[in-house]
Design a protein. Structure first.
Length: 314
């Protein structure tokens, strides 16, 4: 299918280019009077797209735990901003008087803005502290994890969240060297692990940083908690659209949409266990970025959009 999206996306901002923008707007089937949730407001690209389709009676609830995101909130009385993690989805919806909503969107990618700010510690390109906290109110930093985790914990962390090829060797190197070498900055971490870097150094470091970021922010735990709340917050016919960038995230979303749980489906034909699932899958296969979008925004290459709908009649 030909990608006819324009080369200049008027919904993008220097903060974050929204990935799979048109596909997501279409998937949500936005009603002008509906209530929608953007779980990952960021630069507000997807949110502005939703607002464009909402009428005066529509509402958008935007979540973001990163204080920087609040600078991007549009002056619009239809927007309710929640400065918190989306794992508290249902609690804050109730707090603001929304029992049920028409759609939930989450773009799990890290904002380009965060990668481009050295002092946050997300990027391998800039010097800065080994921080990586999305929410500065939390205490756990990448530096703290590297100093206190056991060799086995670090091995599992880099293997599962970073898919680092020599994760065991990497964990051993960190544990052996961390008492004699400081681990406060990005440059110090790079120097400490340089003897064990395999393959393309940029790719290797990106995988290491990804693993640390996921752990610091408990991204998998937060995603599971948010997904588990989706059937309860969606109106019948309401839709959830989730964009993932990592195979583990995608598996969680796929399994939950398909089974109503995070377990792999039991393929045993003799199994009598009947799982209740209030969601129906809209995307049999995930939607991925077209050639033009990948050219414009290389980070969209690994993006996968999955969509599910709440069963039942309004």
């Amino acid at each position: 299918m030909e990608d006819n999206t324009p080369t200049v996306d008027h919904h993008s901002s220097p903060y974050h280019v929204p990935v799979l923008f048109y596909e997501t707007m279409e998937a949500l089937e936005i009603k002008p009077e509906g209530i929608y949730v953007d779980c990952t407001f960021g630069g507000g690209g997807h949110s502005r797209g939703i607002l464009d389709k909402l009428g005066p009676a529509g509402k958008l609830v935007a979540f973001d735990q990163d204080a920087d995101a609040s600078k991007n909130i549009p002056e619009d009385e239809r927007v309710v901003f929640v400065a918190n993690n989306f794992r508290h989805l249902q609690r804050f919806l109730r707090l603001h008087g929304f029992a049920k909503v028409d759609g939930v969107l989450a773009d799990l990618g890290v904002s380009s803005h965060q990668f481009d700010e050295g002092e946050r510690g997300f990027s391998t390109r800039f010097e800065g502290p080994l921080d990586m906290r999305m929410d500065q109110r939390h205490e756990n930093t990448a530096s703290a994890i590297l100093k206190k985790y056991t060799e086995q914990q670090l091995h599992k962390l880099f293997e599962q969240y970073g898919e680092v090829t020599n994760s065991k060797t990497l964990a051993k190197q960190i544990v052996q060297q961390r008492n004699s070498s400081p681990l406060q900055t990005i440059a110090q971490l790079k120097a400490l692990i340089s003897p064990v870097v395999k393959g393309n150094p940029n790719k290797y470091l990106a995988q290491v940083f990804q693993a640390l970021r996921i752990e610091v922010n408990d991204e998998m735990g937060a995603l599971k908690e948010m997904l588990a709340q989706i059937p309860a917050v969606l109106k019948p016919g309401g839709r959830a659209a989730i964009i993932t960038f990592h195979s583990l995230e995608d598996r969680l979303v796929k399994n939950f949409f398909r089974n109503g749980s995070f377990d792999e489906q039991d393929e045993n034909p003799l199994s009598i266990e009947e799982r209740k699932n209030d969601l129906k899958i809209i995307t049999k296969k995930p939607i991925v970025a077209g050639t033009d979008e990948v050219k414009r925004n290389p980070r969209s290459r690994s993006a996968k959009l999955r969509v599910a709908e709440r069963k039942g009649q309004e």
